[in-house]
Design a binder for this molecule. Structure first.
Ligand SMILES: Nc1ncnc2c1ncn2[C@@H]1O[C@H](COP(=O)(O)OP(=O)(O)OP(=O)(O)O)[C@@H](O)[C@H]1O
Length: 281
């Protein structure tokens, strides 16, 4: 006899969806008409020139910033209308590693990783111990639990910050410049670790980065932000093969091209009394 499930589970949609979002600070629009979608289990890289709006896009995903128009959906739910309680419940599902992943310098490696567990849960001490050691083990640093941040290398510190970001078993991990300041070996190790943790723990990851080589090696999807919006997106292979001059300029690290080097500014004449080179030409 055929069995019919009375409550069929619909396949889960994307974990993140940004729908036609325009956003900015005060009266200044930074990003216009952004669309992107990130499936569960994937690694997304946000790349683009400095000041292009990558961090701004991350702030949208955590609702530190609300769109002027459009919607940001996390697990199918629009973040904008949520009250503080609902928002905190969603944010608990997001782990964050902010620029340089600074550790609390007066806390041991163990206590740094335990911090979010102590702040956000009422777990018993033996449970906290087990969870912290499991996370430290996942980043290869179970043996460093008793060291202080000033006793470990920069690359190790970044891995501790990673363990801290995943301490609460988030669904989504957001990394803002996770490779900044690392030597090439630590950079490669950290990138690989982000991918491995993503896959082993069933996470979904978003990485804001300038390190294209390492990121292209581990990302499923790349979104390039420049000149006020998303200018390209696709797999790393698609971006590398792109003939779009803007993408080529960035991926090939050329200083000249359609991505603006200068922020919009008053004319040279207005600021310095000098003739404007373009007018003089
Ligand atoms: N809190 C803020 N208030 C006002 N303007 C801001 C704020 N944060 C960022 N901006 C402006 O928004 C624009 C985008 O900044 P954002 O930090 O998102 O860029 P980014 O791509 O992450 O840059 P970088 O790669 O240099 O970190 C910049 O022009 C910046 O000056």
């Amino acid at each position: 006899m055929a069995f019919t499930d009375p409550h069929p589970t619909t396949p889960a949609g994307p974990l993140i969806e940004v729908r036609d979002v325009t956003c900015g600070y005060a009266d200044r629009i930074i990003l216009s008409n952004v669309n992107l979608s990130l499936a569960r289990g994937k690694v997304l890289a946000l790349i683009g020139s400095s000041g292009g709006g990558k961090t701004t896009l991350l702030r949208l995903l955590t609702r530190q910033l609300k769109p002027v128009s459009g919607q940001v959906l996390f697990d199918g739910q629009d973040l904008a209308p949520m009250n503080q309680e609902q928002l905190y419940a969603q944010r608990r599902r997001m782990g964050m590693l902010f620029q340089f992943g600074a550790l609390f310098s007066d806390l041991s490696v163990f206590e740094n990783v335990a911090f979010p567990l102590r702040e956000h849960t009422r777990l018993s001490e033996p449970m906290i111990r087990d969870l912290v050691l499991m996370k430290l083990n996942a980043v290869g640093l179970r043996g460093a639990r008793d060291l202080m941040p000033n006793e470990i290398s920069g690359g190790m510190a970044r891995r501790v910050a990673l363990a801290r970001a995943i301490a609460l078993d988030p669904d989504l991990v957001l990394y803002d410049e996770p490779f900044a300041g690392l030597d090439p070996i630590s950079l490669g190790v950290t990138a690989r670790l982000i991918r491995d943790l993503n896959d082993a723990l069933g996470l979904t990851s978003v990485i804001v980065t300038h390190d294209l080589h390492e990121t292209f090696a581990i990302a499923d999807h790349v979104v390039m932000v420049a000149n006020g919006g998303v200018v390209a997106q696709g797999t790393p292979e698609e971006l590398k093969a792109s003939t779009d001059p803007l993408v080529r300029q960035f991926v090939n690290a050329q200083s000249d091209g359609p991505v603006r080097f200068h922020q919009p500014a008053p004319t040279m004449h207005d600021d310095f009394g000098l003739p404007d080179p373009e007018e003089a030409a």
